[in-house]
Design a protein around this ligand. Structure first.
Ligand SMILES: C[C@H](O)[C@H](O)[C@H]1CNC2=NC(N)=NC(=O)C2=N1
Length: 101
C-alpha cells in the first residue's frame, strides 16, 4: 500500500472538498436535517463493508462528517481514496454537497 501526501489526496478528482488533518482525511456534508444524515450513513455503511474499509462518522442535526485513514500504514492510502470517492458520490446522489468542515 502506497502512502499518499495530503496534496496527492486532495488532488484526486472529486476529492477537492476533503481536508487532510494530520493523517486523517475529513469531509463534512450539509444535510439540512437529521434523517438525511442517517440515510447517508446507511449508504456509507454498505459501501464501507463492500470496500472493507470504514470511516468514522459524526452525525449532527444539519451535517454528517466522515473521516478516514489507514491504520496499517499510519496515513492515507488508495483505500482511503476509494472510500472517500465512493462517499462523495453517494452524497452527491442524495443531493448533498460538501461544506467547509
Ligand atoms: C478514521 C477511522 O478510524 C479509520 O478510517 C479506521 C477505521 N477502522 C479501521 N480498521 C482497520 N482494520 N484498518 C483501518 O485502516 C481502519 N481505519
Amino acid at each position: 500500500m502506497e502512502q499518499l501526501s495530503a496534496e496527492q489526496f486532495t488532488a484526486v478528482p472529486t476529492l477537492s472538498a476533503w481536508e487532510v488533518r494530520g493523517h486523517v482525511a475529513v469531509c463534512r456534508f450539509a444535510t439540512g436535517d437529521f434523517a438525511t444524515g442517517v440515510r447517508l450513513l446507511e449508504d456509507v455503511a454498505h459501501i464501507a463493508d463492500a470496500l472493507g474499509h470504514h470511516p468514522d462518522v459524526t452525525i449532527r442535526f444539519g451535517s454528517v462528517e466522515v473521516a478516514t485513514t489507514t491504520y496499517e500504514t499510519g496515513g492515507l492510502t488508495d483505500r482511503d481514496v476509494a472510500l472517500a470517492r465512493a462517499i462523495t458520490e453517494l452524497a452527491r446522489r442524495l443531493g448533498l454537497t460538501p461544506r467547509d468542515a
